[in-house]
Design a protein around this ligand. Structure first.
Ligand code: SF4
Ligand code: MG
Length: 283
C-alpha cells in the first residue's frame, strides 16, 4: 500500500504559506494512496491560476494546460486511454469564467473523470480581483465599493447540467476531503468536487475561521439522501451552498456505457478510431 508521499515529486510548491491548495494537494495524494493507484496510471490536468500549479507537484502524469481548458484536455486523455484515472483541477476563475462552457458540457457528457475546483472566490494569481464566485459586496482592487454582481452557485449549476456526482470539501477538513476525493474517483462518471480553498493573501473575508463558523457538514445530518436530486437542490439552497460532504450521486451510465453497439467497447479496449468523440468535445 503506497503512502501519500509516494505521489509527491518533492518539488516545493510556490504557493503562499497557508494557501488552501496545499491541503488539496495532500488530499489528492491521500486519495490516490488509499485507492492504490499506480502513479503511471494517474493523470492530473490543471488549468491556469495559482491552483494550476498542482499538476507540477505530483509524481504522476501531469499536464498544465491553458486557461479554462483543463477539462477538454482531461476528457481527451480519458477518451484515448480509458485505463487511466484522470483528474482535472483548477480554480474558480478557471472553471466558472473562461471555462464555464467546458464545465457545463463536461458535466452533462459524463465522461468518467474527476474535476476538482480549488475555490477561493477570488483571482489569486493576478493579485486579487473578483471571480464569478466572489460574494456580493466583496471588496477588491477591481471592486473598491464591493462587488455588485451575484455569484454563480457551482453546485446548482452542476445539478442543473445533469451532474451524476457533486460534492464539496474544505481545505481545513482534510480527512473529509480525502474521503470525498476517494469516492469521487471511484464514481463511474463525471464527478465534480468544489473545494473551499482559502486564499490567505487576497481574500480576507472567506478565511479558514470564517468557513469553520459557517460550513455545515452533511455527514452530521441523519438520513440525508444523497441520491435525491430534490434533496440536493433543497439542501444547497437552504445553506446557500455553505456545506461540505457529498451532495448528490446517481448511477446513470457514463459516456462510454451509452455509446451504441460495440463502438464503446472498441474504444475502451482497442483505442480505435475516436474522431467522433473528439468532434463532440470541440462543439
Ligand atoms: Fe494561494 Fe492566494 Fe497565494 Fe495564490 S495568492 S498561492 S491562491 S494564497
Ligand atoms: Mg480563484
Amino acid at each position: 500500500m503506497p503512502s501519500a508521499m509516494d505521489y509527491s515529486n518533492n518539488t516545493t510548491p510556490t504557493w503562499c504559506l497557508g494557501c488552501g491548495d496545499f491541503s488539496v494537494l495532500r488530499s489528492l495524494q491521500g486519495a490516490a494512496a488509499r485507492l492504490d493507484i499506480a502513479p503511471h496510471n494517474l493523470a492530473v490536468v490543471s488549468g491556469i491560476g495559482c491552483s494550476g500549479r498542482i499538476s507540477g507537484y505530483l509524481n504522476v502524469y501531469g499536464f498544465h494546460s491553458i486557461h479554462g481548458r483543463a477539462l477538454p484536455v482531461a476528457q481527451g486523455i480519458k477518451l484515448v486511454n480509458p485505463e487511466l484515472t484522470v483528474i482535472a483541477a483548477g480554480g474558480d476563475g478557471d472553471g466558472f469564467a473562461i471555462g464555464t462552457a467546458h464545465t457545463i458540457h463536461a458535466i452533462r457528457r459524463n465522461i468518467d473523470i474527476t474535476y476538482v475546483v480549488m475555490n477561493n472566490q477570488v483571482y489569486g494569481l493576478t493579485k486579487g480581483h473578483t471571480s464569478p464566485l466572489s460574494t456580493t459586496g466583496f471588496i477588491t482592487k477591481s471592486t473598491p465599493h464591493g462587488s455588485i454582481e451575484s455569484p454563480i452557485k457551482p453546485g446548482i449549476l452542476a445539478l442543473s447540467a445533469g451532474a451524476t456526482f457533486v460534492a464539496q470539501g474544505f481545505s481545513g477538513y482534510q480527512e473529509q476531503l480525502v474521503h470525498i476525493l476517494t469516492k469521487a474517483i471511484l464514481h463511474k462518471g463525471f464527478s465534480f468536487v468544489n473545494v473551499f480553498s482559502p486564499c490567505v493573501t487576497f481574500n480576507k473575508t472567506n478565511t479558514y475561521q470564517w468557513f469553520r463558523e459557517h460550513l455545515l457538514n452533511l455527514d452530521d445530518i441523519d438520513n440525508y439522501d444523497s441520491h435525491s436530486l430534490q434533496s440536493a437542490m433543497n439542501q444547497y439552497l437552504a445553506t446557500d451552498g455553505l456545506f461540505t460532504g457529498i451532495l448528490y450521486e446517481n448511477d446513470d451510465p457514463d459516456y462510454y456505457s451509452k455509446l451504441p453497439g460495440e463502438r464503446g467497447s472498441a474504444v475502451v479496449h482497442q483505442n480505435l478510431d475516436i474522431s467522433d468523440q473528439f468532434n463532440q468535445l470541440m462543439e
